[in-house]
Design a protein around this ligand. Structure first.
Ligand SMILES: Cc1cc2nc3c(=O)[nH]c(=O)nc-3n(C[C@H](O)[C@H](O)[C@H](O)COP(=O)(O)O)c2cc1C
Length: 460
């Protein structure tokens, strides 16, 4: 059985990929945590970062557990290039959960008036944030009609010792569960797990699956074995056995309080919020609980997993009709899900347009699809831009779809109805006729030059 906990993941990284885990022993402020992740990104690195001492708090903080394709691929036992296909192939082999009788997070229990969220090292991520934000809170709740639960990240703003502001703006399952509870005049019973394995993070970002399936069954599918969960006190809800901290409570009905602004994945401040309120009634935690935080804003930690799940879902749709589609890349440094790059070995004109329509129809966040040939490196945005600029005939290869559904958080979507114009760019060479020959330098020649430089003492 795999170690399905965050701790197990951290131990694995420290043991097998020590260069990918940075421990900071010097004391830091809670405002330092997310900016450290961005400083590494600027330097072209994305390690897991553990802050052992945060001024004013007892718990250590870990961040950026999901900002690195190599480590995510290791979690699924594949190479980074195989990640979307592995995600796509595995996430439908649902496994029922295994219920554990005990869980380490039951070691410490804090209830009622003793609950004080101010004791947790909740980071301030960006200067525009309205307050400290828990960004790695996996909320679990049940559909009030069917009893099927879901789990997903939802930002939680510190609003009092037992009060958190929450926004259900992505309007997916959790939003509808809350709407249904509210229609019955009831709060939505919920629990928040902080500190879960990256595979849990990955499974929670699955979008396309039947309504009767639990996200925990998808997480089990990705682990290749049942996901181990344990019951908490709220409504018999199940939470990961390996979690570090569990907050039990409810999302109030018919109560709205100011929440936000917050630094969103688009790279902009977001003032949009459903302004819901989560009241915490009980806190469980391990004695030495590690506080997990996701770096917010346009960090890979915030976006990369949703990029992989979108790549997998688009690939899944496209491969059904276009087996000559090779790969899909949803880049995290252009606000993730909004852009998809499709690589195909075109065999007939019109195929890129088919791919564009299918990809845009797979996920409403996606608003720009670029299709390129097999010689273009879709993980290198300069190569993609070069293909667009040299292979696109603007009058026929760029297509617009007006009035399509966009993401609410996309700052250019219509402020009233969130529609926008989507765009498809066919940047493939014309089929069936000669086209300008791409300049190449052979691998043999490159190796020779590297040898010359090495002998000359020049480091690249
Ligand atoms: C780090 C992170 C933070 C997120 N924060 C929110 C949020 O505050 N509100 C929201 O509605 N969705 C948020 N999302 C997106 C949801 O978690 C995601 O859409 C999820 O699939 C929803 O699951 P559901 O359909 O089961 O409700 C966030 C995603 C990530 C990765």
């Amino acid at each position: 059985m795999a170690d399905q906990s965050l701790r197990g993941f951290l131990e694995m990284v420290e043991r097998d990929f020590p260069e990918e885990l940075v421990r900071i022993k010097e004391p830091v402020e809670r405002t330092d945590i997310t900016p450290t992740v961005f400083e590494f990104e600027r330097a072209g690195r994305s390690p897991v970062i553990v802050f052992e001492r945060v001024e004013g708090f007892e718990h250590s903080v870990v961040t950026n557990i999901a900002g690195n394709r190599k480590l995510l691929a290791v979690c699924l036992g594949v190479e980074p290039g195989e990640l979307p296909a592995a995600y796509k192939d595995r996430c439908q082999n649902y496994f029922p959960v295994e219920i554990a009788e005990s869980a380490p997070w039951r070691e410490v229990v804090i209830e009622g008036d003793d609950v004080d969220l101010n004791k947790l090292p909740i980071p301030f991520h960006f200067p525009i944030d309205a307050a400290p934000y828990i960004t790695a809170g996996q909320i679990v709740a049940r559909d009030p009609e069917t009893g099927v639960d879901t789990t997903g990240f939802h930002r939680l703003m510190l609003a009092g010792k037992n009060r958190l502001g929450v926004s259900l703006h992505s309007r997916r399952r959790m939003y509808h569960f809350h709407q249904k509870a509210e229609a019955r005049g009831e709060p939505l019973q919920a629990a928040v797990s902080i500190g879960v394995h990256p595979v849990h993070y990955m499974g929670s970002m699955a979008y396309h699956y039947p309504p009767g399936v639990r996200k925990y069954e998808i997480i089990g599918a990705l682990f290749g074995e049942p996901y181990r969960v344990a019951k908490c006190g709220t409504d018999g809800l199940e939470v990961p056995e390996g979690a570090e901290i569990v907050l039990e409570g409810e999302i109030l009905n018919d109560v709205h309080e100011p929440e936000g602004p917050f630094g969103e994945f688009t790279g902009y401040a977001s003032y949009r919020s459903t302004q819901n309120v989560f009241v915490v009634k009980r806190v469980y935690m391990r004695k030495d609980a590690i506080f997990h935080s996701v770096a917010s804003g346009m960090s890979a930690d915030h976006i990369l997993i949703s990029c992989v799940s979108r790549e997998a879902e688009i690939l899944n749709t496209l491969r059904r009709n276009l087996p000559n589609v090779i790969s899909v890349h949803v880049p995290s440094n252009t606000a993730g899900a909004l852009l998809a790059i499709v690589q195909m070995k075109k065999t007939a004109e019109g195929q890129p347009q088919q791919a564009i329509m299918a990809a845009l129809g797979t996920e409403f966040y996606c608003k720009c699809v670029v299709v390129v040939d097999e010689d273009v490196d879709i993980f290198n945005l300069s190569d993609v831009a070069w293909a667009v600029i040299t292979r696109t005939r603007a009058e026929k290869d760029i297509n617009f779809i007006h009035g399509a559904m966009g993401a609410i958080l996309d700052p250019i979507s219509d402020p009233e109805d969130h529609t926008l114009t989507k765009i498809g760019i066919d940047a493939t060479k014309p089929a069936g006729r000669d086209f300008a020959e791409r300049l190449e330098i052979s691998e043999e020649q490159r190796e020779r030059v590297r040898g010359i430089l090495e002998s000359a003492g020049v480091q690249l």
